[in-house]
Design a protein around this ligand. Structure first.
Ligand code: HEC
Length: 727
């Protein structure tokens, strides 16, 4: 019952009340950088076992780390349960009392003395009174923390695990536990098994054997002796032969591999134009799989083919842009559902699917919802992969209005293998979690070529003499969605992000979108756009895939991190300005928010109950440091929250640089060795160049406008221009 409020018998112990001091003073066991060999003591006496477990008969034989088949009041798997509902049965926090939700702890996620860091996109997990979380800092750190206080139990860094600091650190999105071990993918693509109690390295397996660049390490999920993980990559730099693996949880030995880019001679290979394409055609997996143990299936969301746009001959390109359902024990393909055939728009399915059971048109359905970067949500029967709400194959949105563009693109291979026009699976009358079509108010009045736009919808041919708008490629991205079985709603965190592009090199065999497609990442950032890029939080009713409620952020604020829901009837979703919001799960009414001047959040929230109290926790970057924040009702909010503004002055610039730029750029003064972009010590850009580049982004470099404050952009520009070329 969502209104039930339990007796709270335990007063939360706070390890530090003065937040200004928290990051240095709240280090728990002495802030030691490595505890690999030391045994972390269990936190003070009565904190374990958590309330409730003693009454459950199977709790003796089954530690909590084996749970996760159903939603619970713990969060033992990245998606809460292995089905990825991100729903907690904790019911204390309700729309009525959420106003009393206060910061209870802020634990540093990096070893004491770390100059700067980032909580990144890390999704913590919680089990038996312990939270496990990671930082996305230069030397990423994994740690265990008391669930009621945030007190550190152990920490171990990538370097402690014997991973070279030169390995590319792109940030992990989450981890798994099982068999007494903690599983997480570290820089360079090493999946490690750490002792859950001490952090000691038990095994290390190289998953990223092709050593492709990953924007983020994918997330493992544990079930019944195996750890399931994908391989990310394939954007921009390319070269990936995509796959997913199951690894023996005890030893790290690979149990099976399924190729998301089919091997030559296998059935999926026929959907590609040439053997050459099967050597580096992409198919990265950006997040975690979800699992239905009863059906024995693991469901992985799959990424786009490579090159992202152009350069491939006709063909649907299996198993790109969809969901593969695999036999958990053998890795054999049970079914594949493709949400974009022959992707020319970078419309991958980056977020994990969500499993649910609900009535649809009078039938009880074992459903699976997946949101993809085409901006659509698909509802499938997870036993068969068939849509449960209608989907129709349709020609591209401007096929009729722009026959010239169509003809031009068809010459480049944008057709079916039998030569017929491309069609794409469009959910019929589905709710819009983001706009599916471009409109005038989303774009500047003029394209960069001084002409007007052709307005289209998701899936369009690009002409070569005009910009076509309607490409919403960054709208429904990796941030995970959630499902509340009591409302029957799935919750999405998405962004209005309409782009426009025109085809430049007509007839040229393209090697990458970058060279041949001048893009306008309007995102509402273009001058004159009246409705700048903004986040939409949407509840879709699984019964009909239509909008139950929708909340639009104020312009310029994006949705970030994804959602988590709870039996108390509250949905938690952060935004790009570092505010954590709570919405009434039934109505969408905003019922609470938390903000703090120097906080930024890119990670998904989790909800759990420990010692009779419900908590909401999230990884964040607080005052330039990676921190785990925990909130509880009536917590004694740490005293003064006033701290220096992050990013002010040249030293702030260094912090901004290491957290945001170092993974791609080498700069000796910041000690970074990234190699995706130019070596800034050699380039020695002036301040204006850096500022412009950071604000607008480049072909391959993201724009930081909206992500960094103007003060941070200024300070990073000052820092780079002053320090480039110097040690
Ligand atoms: C995902 C990788 C990536 C990240 C993160 C990144 N860059 Fe870049 N950067 C690039 C690439 C690639 C280029 C070169 C081509 C281009 O414009 O895309 C570049 C180019 C540049 C240039 C050269 C501009 C010129 O006109 O020559 C500067 C300066 C720069 N980046 C600064 C930064 C700063 C400062 C940050 C952090 C706020 C940052 N970059 C973050 C990839 C990245």
């Amino acid at each position: 019952m969502r209104t039930g409020i339990r007796q709270v018998s335990v007063v939360v112990g706070l390890c530090a009340l003065a937040l200004a001091l928290v990051l240095s003073a709240c280090g728990g066991s002495g802030g030691s950088t490595t505890t690999s060999s030391t045994t972390a003591e269990k936190p003070e006496a009565e904190s374990i076992p958590p309330e409730g477990t003693s009454t459950e008969a199977e709790s003796e034989s089954k530690p909590a780390s084996f749970t996760g088949e159903e939603p619970s009041a713990e969060w033992p798997s990245v998606g809460g349960d292995v089905g990825g509902t991100r729903y907690s049965t904790a019911e204390q926090i309700t729309p009525e009392n959420v106003g009393e939700l206060k910061l209870a702890y802020a634990a540093p996620l990096d070893p004491k003395g770390t100059k700067s860091g980032s909580g990144g996109e890390n999704n913590p997990i919680e089990s038996e009174g312990v939270i496990y979380a990671a930082s996305s800092s230069a030397n990423p750190t994994v740690g265990a923390y008391e669930a009621t206080t945030g007190k550190q139990l152990w920490q171990t860094t990538s370097v402690d695990m014997g991973i070279s600091p030169l390995e590319k650190a792109t940030g992990t999105r989450g981890m798994a536990i099982g068999e007494g071990l903690l599983y997480v993918e570290m820089p360079g693509g090493y999946l490690v098994g750490l002792d859950q109690k001490t952090g000691k390295l038990e095994w290390k397996t190289l998953i990223n054997t092709q050593k492709v660049f990953q924007y983020s390490q994918p997330t493992p999920v544990y079930w019944d002796g195996l750890v399931y993980i994908g391989q990310s990559g394939s954007d921009i730099i390319g070269g990936l032969r995509g796959f997913v693996k199951a690894v023996d949880a005890k030893t790290g030995k690979v149990a099976w591999t399924f190729s998301t880019l089919p091997k030559v001679g296998t059935p999926g290979a026929k959907t590609w134009d040439s053997k050459k394409e099967l050597t580096d055609g992409g198919g990265g997996v950006w997040t975690n799989p979800v699992i239905d143990p009863k059906l024995g299936l693991a469901y992985f969301p799959t990424g786009n083919p490579w090159p992202d746009i152009g350069g491939r001959g006709p063909g649907d390109d299996d198993y790109m842009d969809g969901v593969v359902a695999l036999d958990m024990k053998t890795g054999k393909l049970k079914w594949f559902y493709q949400t974009t055939h022959h992707d020319e728009w970078d419309y991958d399915c980056a977020q994990p699917p969500v499993l649910w059971e609900h009535e649809v048109e009078g039938q009880q359905v074992k459903g699976l919802s997946v949101g993809c970067k085409n901006g659509y949500v698909y509802e499938l029967d997870r036993e068969t992969g068939e849509p449960v709400t209608p989907v129709k194959e349709e020609e591209l949105s401007n096929a009729k209005s722009d026959p010239k563009a169509k003809a031009e693109d068809e010459k480049l291979g944008w057709v079916k293998q039998n030569g017929e026009p491309l069609t794409e699976p469009i959910p019929v009358d589905a709710g819009e979690v983001v706009p599916h079509c471009a409109s005038k108010n989303l774009l500047p009045p003029e394209a960069p070529d001084g002409k007007g736009f052709e307005y289209a919808c998701a899936y369009m041919y690009f002409g070569k003499d005009h910009y076509t708008a309607g490409w919403n490629g960054t709208s429904l991205d990796w941030p995970p969605s959630s499902y509340d079985p009591t409302t029957g709603y799935t919750y999405y965190c998405a962004n209005v992000g309409i782009h426009a592009a025109k085809l430049k090199g007509f007839g040229v065999k393209q090697t990458s979108e970058i060279e041949t497609f001048p893009q306008l990442y309007a995102n509402g950032e273009g001058e004159g756009a009246t409705e700048p890029r903004q986040g939409w939080v949407t509840a879709l009713n699984v019964e009909d895939n239509k909008v139950a409620w929708q909340v639009k952020d104020k312009s310029g604020t994006e949705c970030a991190g994804g959602s988590a829901t709870s039996a108390g009837g509250v949905v938690f979703v952060p935004d790009s300005t570092g505010v954590l919001h709570a919405y009434d799960a039934s109505t969408g009414k905003e019922v609470w928010s938390y903000e703090h001047g120097s906080l930024s959040i890119d990670a998904p929230p989790i909800v759990y109950e420990n010692e009779g109290k419900e908590y909401v926790a999230i990884a964040a970057t607080l005052e330039g440091q990676a921190a785990l924040l925990g909130f509880a009702l009536g917590a004694e909010e740490p005293a003064p929250l006033t701290t220096p503004v992050k990013g002010a002055g040249a030293s702030g610039g260094e912090e901004v640089f290491t957290s945001n730029c170092g993974s791609c750029h080498t700069l000796a003064a910041a000690g970074t060795t990234g190699q995706v972009g130019p070596n800034l010590d050699e380039l020695k850009p002036d301040e204006k160049t850096v500022q412009t580049q950071v604000e607008t982004g480049g072909d391959k470099m993201p724009s930081f406008k909206g992500k960094l404050s103007p003060a941070e952009i200024k300070s990073v520009a000052t820092f780079v221009s002053k320090s480039a070329g110097k040690e």
